[in-house]
Design a protein. Structure first.
Lengths: 235, 75
């Protein structure tokens, strides 16, 4: 099965896909922005500041999802010695890091009108900050060791250490008293968010997902060309 | 109507700055990754051009090298 993940086989697809993904991203983002900024209703308590949710929540979801994916791929890649899984992980990390920064900064902006403060050292915010730091360390590790076996080992250790933080982020609002409200959207039970707010949120999540896919494809192609450059040196 | 969208009951500064920050980060990340891609591709083309005919034939026999050289996508 792993032969289908060979870079030589998938480059012909990944090199052509970005332009279509970019096109789709622009369309969905436009629809999402119109929904989020104009069409969706204001909240009875938070008024218009609730609109920040449409960038804050998708960014937080995606950076958590990407980190989980990076960890999974790194561990599997390390155990089965699949170099391409590390390449995929490395290419996913930049968008994950940027989404974690967006989640932190937009959360801070949302905190000012809602809680009266830009920052609080509560469990959810602090654990999100730690996730950003893990992303940062992960990216720095790739810069230092660059495609060596040592880089595979160190980045896997970083992701395994960082993944412990992911359930802490998720359940921090249940385990501790925090400024954050509890989850409004549940997959297993009924969500407390109204559909008029749920749809713009899902559209923005789709747009953000497409953006991370776009960045992933571009970064992945860059990494493949980098490997081929080294190959030409050896000829 | 437009002023209502801009001011948002006094929350306009917060809402617009959150959206602007996100979109600015998207643009920056896209530009940085794009520059890396272009640089790496130019390096590849320059190295390929410097190969002697025999080595160029060997390099060209790999499908991925052909893809890189033929891929003129603007993305």
């Amino acid at each position: 099965m792993f032969k289908y993940f060979e870079p030589n086989k998938i480059f012909s697809i990944t090199s052509k896909a970005p332009k279509y993904v970019l096109f789709l991203f622009i369309i969905i983002l436009t629809v999402g922005l119109i929904e989020a900024l104009i069409l969706s209703p204001e909240d009875y308590k938070q008024s218009h500041s609730v609109r920040i949710m449409y960038v804050h929540v998708p960014a937080a979801w995606i950076c958590l999802g990407i980190f989980s994916m990076i960890t999974f791929l790194s561990v599997i890649g390390y155990v089965f010695k699949i170099r391409n899984f590390f390449l995929i992980s490395k290419s996913l990390a930049p968008s994950g890091f940027v989404f974690s920064v967006i989640a932190l900064v937009t959360g801070s902006i949302w905190g000012k009108p809602t809680w009266g403060t830009w920052w609080a050292w509560d469990a959810r915010i602090t654990s999100m900050l730690i996730l950003s730091l893990f992303y940062f360390i992960y990216l720095i590790a790739w810069r230092i060791y660059d495609n060596d076996d040592k880089a595979f080992k160190i980045t896997t250790i970083i992701t395994v250490a960082g993944i412990i933080n992911v359930p802490i982020i998720k359940y921090s609002v249940d385990w501790w008293n925090t400024l954050h409200q509890q989850a409004s959207i549940n997959i297993l039970s009924k969500s407390s968010i109204h559909v008029s707010m749920l749809y713009p949120l899902l559209i923005m999540t789709a747009a953000f997902t497409l953006f991370s896919l776009l960045i992933f494809l571009m970064k992945y192609n860059t990494e493949l060309i980098k490997i081929k450059n080294k190959g030409l040196d050896r000829l | 109507m437009i002023s209502e969208i801009l001011t948002m009951n006094g929350y306009g500064f917060y809402v617009w700055s959150a959206f602007a920050f996100s979109l600015l980060n998207f643009t920056l990340l896209y530009v940085v990754i794009k520059i890396q891609y272009i640089k790496e591709k130019e390096k590849f083309i320059a190295k390929f051009g410097a190969l002697n005919p025999e080595r160029a034939t060997i390099a060209k026999s790999q499908s991925i090298n052909k893809e890189i050289l033929s891929n003129t996508s603007t993305i």
